[in-house]
Design a protein around this ligand. Structure first.
Ligand code: NI
Length: 136
């Protein structure tokens, strides 16, 4: 028996899409205006989905206060109002929202154990959504 709980969080951060693996010109071609040297910002909406059996004593998959605390400690405090590119996790990883999804998933998966992190879904803009469910 398995149930799922999803909770949404807001994260405001800046970034610049750029990789040392490409020339300046190829960076501009690949990333367009997102390669602007001054960067730009997003108000990301991060949805965290946790799955598992419903605890018969509490009736919950995970206590919401516990989830909030872990997400705040591990993700929000680290990235909110920061430049993603300056975080060591993005030194060798382009700060796309695909990679932000993977990064958030990997940071949270171990911190939430024994609860099972099923999925991270990030809305970057009104029209762009990204999901990552782990490497399994
Ligand atoms: Ni962007």
């Amino acid at each position: 028996m398995k149930a799922y709980f999803t909770r949404a969080y807001t994260l405001s951060a800046s970034h610049r899409l750029h990789t040392e693996a490409l020339s300046a010109e190829d960076n501009r071609t690949t990333f367009g205006k997102c390669n602007n040297p001054h960067g730009h910002g997003h108000n990301y909406r991060i949805e965290v989905t946790v799955g598992g059996p419903v605890d018969p004593a509490t009736g919950m998959v995970i206590n919401m206060a516990t989830l909030d605390q872990v997400v705040n400690d591990v993700v929000i405090r680290r990235f909110d109002h920061m430049n993603l590119n300056l975080d060591p996790l993005f030194t060798h990883r382009v700060s796309t929202t695909e990679n932000l999804s993977i990064t958030v998933f990997d940071l949270l998966a171990s911190a939430l154990a024994p609860a099972i992190l099923e999925k991270i879904r990030i809305e970057e803009t009104e029209n762009n959504f990204f999901e990552y469910s782990g490497s399994h």
